[in-house]
Design a protein around this ligand. Structure first.
Ligand code: ZN
Length: 220
């Protein structure tokens, strides 16, 4: 289990979670929400050739196969696992419905089966919804041989009303080896793409360079 890499060198990992719940799918179907895939983030990362790591839920991948192909097709992007339907692995986790302990191993294994056919830079990195976990959850996932990744820099982008606090949150905390947690979910994190250019500029000013999670965890 890691929440940052070695504190050496100048690299930081930008990570983007792609949440998808049944409730979110319902919002899309009803037309209340237009998109949970923030393509402006991808446009920017691609244009600036910035490495990043995407923690994908299985349901997001199934809803956005084209976007997933685009992520997998970028040699600077890594793909990681964020569960199948973003259910809670503990009680009392941001009001997320709870996944029974008996279903945990299969939930995460199934998600790898959904992501892996897309190829690209596949990893065994995994992030719990809401970062909520306990010993029972960790025990359930032990057979899968994965690395549980939290993060040491929480941008606070879900449901943010302005971009400036996100920039401040990231730049105040980021240092060598940091793992920055953001979201690519657009409607639920609508300020992230506006904050990102300022975050990239601020990291540059501090001499910090975005890298993939693998590179950051390897150090240097
Ligand atoms: Zn999430």
């Amino acid at each position: 289990m890691v929440d940052h890499g070695p504190r050496v060198g100048n690299r930081v990992a930008l990570t983007f979670d792609a949440d998808m719940t049944d409730g979110m799918l319902h919002s899309l179907r009803s037309g209340r929400v237009r998109s949970y895939a923030n393509l402006r983030i991808l446009d920017l990362l691609e244009r600036e050739q910035v490495p990043a790591t995407f923690f994908l839920t299985g349901k997001w991948v199934q809803r956005y196969p084209e976007v997933t192909r685009r992520i997998a097709g970028n040699p600077r992007f890594e793909l990681a696992n964020h569960t199948y339907g973003h259910l809670a692995f503990t009680g009392d986790c941001y009001d997320l419905p709870r996944l029974p302990a008996s279903g945990m191993t299969e939930d995460v294994a199934k998600t790898f089966r959904v992501i892996e056919p897309y190829g690209g830079r596949q990893t065994r990195y995994f992030r719990f919804p809401g970062l909520c976990h306990d010993k029972a959850a960790l025990d359930a996932l032990a057979p899968l041989g994965l690395t549980v990744v939290d993060g040491d820099v929480v941008s606070g982008d879900p449901f943010a009303k302005a971009w400036q606090p996100l920039v401040r949150a990231v730049l105040d905390k980021a240092r060598p080896g940091s793992i920055v947690i953001m979201h690519v979910t657009e409607a639920n994190a609508s300020m992230t793409d506006e904050a990102l250019p300022h975050i990239l500029a601020g990291l540059r000013e501090r001499g910090l360079v975005p890298a993939t999670l693998s590179e950051v965890l390897a150090g240097g």
